[in-house]
Design a binder for this molecule. Structure first.
Ligand code: GUN
Length: 295
């Protein structure tokens, strides 16, 4: 995609990917005899999660993926959710299963992720798929970092030998992000809440990925001139008039002029995460029951 400005336009790329996936689904459906299916499981009433889930289901509809989403009350037990996942694992109409995070505190998210059949792990968070990533093997990849990689690739951002700094070490983003950048031959550092002199690290980064969930944390003085800045944060903040808006982990207004390329929030990594979720679901669908991901 030719860069029309220094913005990494995740929204436009996500739309393009969705069109490609729709064509792929249309082509596969006659031989598969059914459309692809994705089950998004949401527990409780976290408003941000509800908005993400709605977005995911709308995107599924655009691409021709059936949604088997289920919304459970906050007090749903671990045993009930495990049984639901086991049923979906066996359901031949379902190619992807996703447990929307965060879960209410009485639930053990890690234990639930183990229950998802690895070949239906649309979020790429099952230990087997994370292990495949560590080993550099083909497998379902975590959606947000996969979306970052796809966006960087599309804009021809060179990673080989470059210094990449990832802010954040979550299983959802930071750790798989670092591994994907390493796989692309970048020299990778992960910084986190206990890291000393973070600014010194970030100032050396050719590629800076912020995934810490702190609005406006990355300021202009922390950024190397000409760096590529990827903002994974989606934080809801209120202005002085009490009006809510979404901001990233990067102080966009100040950092924009210093970066060579930068993702906006919204319209950057958020839509790419959705595109990669659909990509993973269609990929599992295309593999049918033979999926082994070891090729
Ligand atoms: N919560 C916020 N982002 C995500 C995501 O990509 N996957 C899941 N499962 N939960 C999330």
């Amino acid at each position: 995609m030719p860069p029309s400005s220094h913005l990494l336009d995740g929204k436009a790329l996500s739309q393009k990917i969705q069109l490609e996936l729709k064509a792929q689904v249309d082509a596969l459906q006659p031989q598969m005899g059914r459309p692809p299916g994705l089950a998004v499981l949401m527990v409780g009433d976290n408003p941000a999660s509800a908005a993400y889930v709605r977005n995911k289901e709308r995107a599924c509809a655009r691409v021709g993926i059936n949604s088997y989403g289920q919304h459970f009350p906050a007090e749903t037990s671990q045993v009930e959710l495990t049984a639901v996942i086991h049923r979906l694992n066996q359901d031949p109409n379902v190619d992807g299963i996703l447990v929307q995070l965060p879960l209410p505190p009485h639930l053990d998210a890690e234990a639930l992720l183990y229950e998802i059949a690895p070949d239906k792990d649309a979020d790429g968070l099952h230990p087997l798929n994370l292990g495949r990533l560590v080993r550099g093997e083909t497998g379902l990849r975590s959606c947000t970092p996969a979306g970052v990689m796809r966006l960087l690739e599309t804009y021809d951002v060179s990673l080989v030998g470059k210094r990449a700094v990832v802010l954040g070490r979550s299983i959802l983003v930071g750790k798989p992000m670092a591994l994907m950048l390493l796989e692309a031959n970048a020299t990778v550092t992960i910084a986190h809440s206990k890291t000393e002199e973070i600014a010194k690290l970030t100032q050396s980064a050719d590629i800076l990925v912020a995934a810490i969930g702190r609005p406006g944390y990355v300021t202009a003085d922390m950024v190397k001139p000409g760096a590529v800045v990827v903002d994974v944060g989606i934080n809801r903040v209120e202005d002085s008039a009490g009006k809510a808006r979404l901001v990233g982990d990067v102080d966009f207004a100040k950092v924009e002029s210093k970066a060579s390329l930068i993702t906006p929030v919204p319209g950057g990594i958020g839509p790419m995460t959705v595109a990669m979720l659909l990509y993973n679901t269609v990929w599992s669908y295309s593999q049918g029951s033979k999926a082994s991901y070891n090729s």
